[in-house]
Ligand binder design. Structure first.
Ligand code: SF4
Length: 287
């Protein structure tokens, strides 16, 4: 999609009540001109919350311009502090130092920041406590994410999932009791606080505690397909509609029609259906 096309779709979404957009990937900072896209989304749409999920490698170079363009906040992936484990989780891309440099740059700029870690048994479950201690000292919220069966390229197995309860047990064993925070029905994370100092962290337990009932996220791929679920195997082609010269009202109605017919609840049905259903890759539609 061109930026003009993205802006048109963002406006159509906003006309239906969308107030939050997250730029994700793949890696969104690889898109040439991404700072201009951020500026245009802020200037040309009524979006109230514009977020970015990134591996952070290009962030030290771009953070200043992104903040000036109006970006509200950043999520950075940091799956481990050990360099070897980090590379095992990232598929060989980047380094711990680069992510930490990106985090410090956001903090210097006052750009609100969260760190995310996917936890995979046999790879980085031993990093949970170290990561939490690190983010606690940094003063940045941490989100642990249960390892998911997104796409077909990660050879997901259920026994590789480190559950929310296992993550909490590790945290409590090393850092003391935690207390649950009030639930937000539209937040994908459950929030907890360490009793010792009120430090807040979250767990996204999409495998052991699915939250499809509160899922309000549509995902738009870079080639203009709208996915109503992270685990869909087909998207709705909006690019053809855009390029056919459809007026704004038609775009609006198409969006509304797709969303209105939505019945997705893959995570709730996963156990019954098995895990064999083909799915779109997360690098194609974001998390
Ligand atoms: S499985 Fe689909 S519907 Fe359920 S929470 Fe995930 S993206 Fe939303």
């Amino acid at each position: 999609l061109s930026f003009d096309e993205i802006i048109r779709l963002a406006k159509a979404a906003c006309s239906l009540g969308v107030r939050k957009i997250r730029l994700t990937g793949g890696e969104p900072l690889l898109r040439r001109g991404v700072v201009d896209l951020v500026a245009r989304l802020r200037q040309e749409t009524p979006i109230q919350d514009l977020a970015l999920t990134t591996n952070g490698l290009l962030l030290p170079r771009l953070a200043d311009a992104l903040k000036s363009a109006g970006l509200h906040r950043v999520n950075l992936s940091l799956d481990a502090l050990s360099p070897e484990v980090f590379l095992a989780m990232s598929g060989g891309y980047g380094s711990v130092q680069q992510v930490i440099a990106a985090a410090h740059r956001c903090l210097e700029l006052g750009l609100p920041l969260k760190l995310n870690a996917v936890v995979k048994r046999g790879v980085n479950e031993g990093e949970v406590v170290g990561l939490l201690e690190f983010t606690r000292k940094l003063g940045v919220p941490m989100r642990f994410i249960e390892y998911m069966d997104v796409g077909g390229s990660n050879d997901w197995r259920r026994d590789q999932v480190v559950s929310e309860q296992e993550i909490l047990s590790q945290v409590r064993a090393h850092l003391g009791p935690t207390r649950s925070q009030p639930e937000d029905p539209f937040s994908v994370a459950r929030h907890y606080q360490l009793e010792r100092d009120d430090y807040e962290f979250g767990v996204i337990a999409s495998i052991t505690r699915p939250f499809c009932g509160g899922c309000v996220r549509a995902r738009l791929s870079s080639d203009g397909k709208l996915f109503t679920c992270l685990f869909s195997n087909t998207g709705h082609d909006l690019r053809s509609l855009l390029r056919s010269g459809a007026p704004d009202e038609v775009l609006h109605d198409r969006f509304a029609g797709i969303w209105g017919k939505r019945e997705d609840r893959y995570s709730e049905l996963r156990a019954a259906q098995g895990d064999a259903q083909p799915k779109v890759e997360m690098s194609y539609i974001g998390g």
